[in-house]
Design a protein around this ligand. Sequence first.
Ligand SMILES: [Fe+2]
Length: 239
Amino acid sequence: MPYRPYRRYHPGTQPEYLHSPYVSSQKRAPSQPLIHLPHTISEVTGPVFSNNVIDVKAFDLTKQHHAEPIGERVIVSGRVIDEDGRPLPHTLVEIWQANSAGRYAHAIDQHNAPLDPNFTGCGHTITDAEGRYRFVTIKPGAYPWQNHYNAWRAAHIHFSVFGPAFATRLITQMYFPGDPLMANDPIFNCTADESARNRLISLFDWQTTMPLQALGYQFDIVMSGRDATPFEDHHGAHR
Ligand SMILES: [Fe+2]
């Protein structure tokens, strides 16, 4: 079967392995030069996802329990496109996030903020024929972390987008416009190029805002090439 390799990321538009203000990157960053591996059929192929498996509880995180979660309801939607601007249909999009108080429903998260019995914070969906996806969720709260004195993560939603092949899977974080914590968030600022970094910030959107129901945010994701959405961290940190 013929296949072609995927274009590598454009220099400067992705986080460096070592970004000293992000303290854990100091230990994680490779100390030796990387070995360049050619893409083979193992990297340029991948599973095919069917939207038969997606029900409303998967993409509406406010409907996963008996009652509604506490917090500000939001709709996050957008398009997944490839390096040439073509939509990527039928690709798996997954999200995970803290609740409105800034607490993950995860054993490792011991932040002194309440858990919400009606919010797990995980969802998934499949893009449609035009590459569109849509989630209904709760706006996540900011939370403290140990990186430096008085460190707080800007509110964010974690995204994984599979793309057409194993080599294209993108893991990133989406931020909210106007959040004052972004300026001092070392993970947000890992991406040196300002315009690339700003592609991580969603846009408030009247078109998808629903009267009396939820604010809408648009977040388009470019899988690779010059306009690629920055990868959150090449080593898969999840904070
Ligand atoms: Fe997080």
